[in-house]
Design a protein around this ligand. Structure first.
Ligand SMILES: [Cu+2]
Length: 123
């Protein structure tokens, strides 16, 4: 599936190059100005929010999980490789930065409370 997309993309690139032959002024690929995704996660009195929201995340871009909790715990990110984020739960915001290099769906769970916090839709 991904390989076929890759071939398609390569064909499109060849087609584009044919029309702009010899013109190398287009330095493409700068996606650094993309809006950074930040997900605020709150844990209070054993309740975790959000609970299962789908969040669109660009592939390969950094994502901040900003955790504010009233007790220590752990967030589990079902990425590949997985990430286990231990937060201190001091009531102060704690920021964890992720980057997911592969398209797909990544679940962010609270293993402390057994809930789904968010689903990252990476594309
Ligand atoms: Cu998990």
């Amino acid at each position: 599936m991904r390989r076929r997309l890759g071939v398609l993309a390569a064909l499109l690139v060849i087609g584009a190059a044919g029309t702009a032959c010899g013109d190398d002024s287009s330095t493409s690929g700068g996606s650094s100005d993309a809006e950074r995704v930040s997900i605020a996660i709150t844990v209070a009195d054993g309740e975790v929010s959000p609970s299962g929201d789908a969040v669109e995340v660009p592939v390969g871009e950094e994502v901040d999980l900003v955790v504010t909790a009233d007790a220590p715990g752990q967030i589990h990110v079902h990425s590949d490789p997985e990430a286990e984020l231990d937060y201190d739960g001091t009531g102060e915001a704690e920021t964890f930065t992720l980057r997911i290099d592969r398209p797909g769906q990544v679940e962010v769970e609270s293993h402390t409370y057994g809930t789904l916090i968010a689903k990252l839709v990476v594309s």
